[in-house]
Design a protein around this ligand. Structure first.
Ligand SMILES: Nc1ncnc2c1ncn2[C@@H]1O[C@H](COP(=O)(O)OP(=O)(O)OP(=O)(O)O)[C@@H](O)[C@H]1O
Ligand SMILES: [Mg+2]
Length: 322
């Protein structure tokens, strides 16, 4: 995702429309945090990762893009802000800066989603493009996007538009399946945006195991190379630019901590695609206690196992190539 980031890879702007207003791209890195299912810790990872990056000296904005069920403000221990993304999507404010609120934590600001505004919950195509451009122009080192659950197009588009996409999963077969589903859906969404329809359909058949000759998308590249080198190059670029990272949450046993790496290996073996693993976080009583205290667990229980896991995750993120 890295090199083809933001609206460049997605059809946020329909052909024939006037080009959108250019904005300075000030946000150095946009990180999206998603996952197949609800209640797996996306918001907690977002809030605490944001806090960790801020503690390391970065200027961070964490954005609640769970537009139907915003609750990130509660994870950060602040009251529902008066101005939210809903005001921006509905043009009541023209700049996202108006929706920035302090969190009481140094260098960390929040843009809250709105749980009650249907218009914001389902932004149209152009509104999504405008929102992404403005997110990129926020004056911050890191912009973290806390995505809603599921594989809706809005969620996938924001996941793909980020520089790095993190997929949270639990060490349970159902959650692993959901993570696969989420990643596959994101991959298809990307293919539909950047390769020809025929190519996307072929890859779809291959990933579904319905092609007797081709094993994985790289076989599709090799096959295309003979007939249509340009289409082969398009697909190759799409494949090599798709590199989500897994974050394993709620590990209870020693083996649980390795589930992310195992899933990544299986993904590589069956689909030929690279998945990174960014870290594992223990299941920890301190986490829900921090939620009840309305504080990031990094602040409420800085010595807890979950906090240690989160710090490793933050270090790994910081060490990713610029
Ligand atoms: N590592 C952990 N240890 C213990 N409890 C955890 C851990 N991670 C998450 N939880 C519990 O799971 C709950 C849900 O977490 P969170 O709200 O971050 O999930 P989510 O994926 O953002 O959900 P939604 O999709 O509904 O927004 C937390 O309130 C907490 O009680
Ligand atoms: Mg959430």
């Amino acid at each position: 995702m890295n090199e083809e980031s933001a609206a460049t890879i997605l059809p946020f702007v329909r052909p024939g429309r006037a080009p959108p207003k250019k904005l300075p791209q000030r946000a150095k890195k946009v990180i999206a945090i998603g996952g197949g299912k609800g209640g797996i810790g996306k918001s907690l990872v977002s809030a605490n990762l944001a806090q960790a990056l801020a503690q390391r000296g970065a200027r961070v904005v964490v954005v609640d893009l769970d537009l139907g069920g915003a609750n990130l403000h509660t994870c950060l221990g602040i009251a529902p802000p008066a101005v939210t993304l809903s005001d921006f999507v509905s043009h009541r404010v023209n700049s996202l800066d108006a929706a920035l609120v302090p969190t009481g934590l140094e260098r960390l600001q929040l843009i809250s989603g709105a749980s009650d505004a249907l218009d914001a919950a389902n932004p149209k195509h152009a509104a999504k493009g405008r929102l992404m451009r403005h997110l990129r122009s926020l004056d911050a080192d890191y912009v973290l996007l806390d995505l809603g659950a599921g594989t809706g197009f809005n969620t996938l588009d924001f996941f793909l538009a980020a520089d790095h996409g993190l997929v949270v999963l639990l060490p349970e077969p159902t959650s692993v399946e959901n993570a696969y589903r989420f990643i596959k859906a994101a991959f298809f969404r990307k293919l539909q945006a950047v390769v020809r329809q025929e190519t996307a359909e072929t890859v779809g058949r291959v990933l579904a195991g319905k092609d007797p000759e081709l094993r994985n998308p790289w076989d599709c590249v090799a096959r295309l190379r003979e007939r249509d080198p340009q289409a082969a190059t398009e697909l190759e670029l799409a494949l090599s630019g798709f590199h989500p990272f897994l974050v394993l949450n709620q590990a209870r046993t020693r083996a649980d901590f390795d589930v992310g790496a195992t899933v990544a290996l299986a993904w590589k073996k069956f689909f030929g695609l690279e998945l990174g693993t960014l870290g594992s976080i223990a299941y920890d009583e301190a986490v829900w206690q921090a939620v009840r205290a309305r504080k990031p667990f990094l602040v409420h229980a800085p010595e807890s196992p979950a906090a240690h896991g989160l710090w490793r995750l933050a270090e790994n993120l910081l060490s990713l190539a610029p």
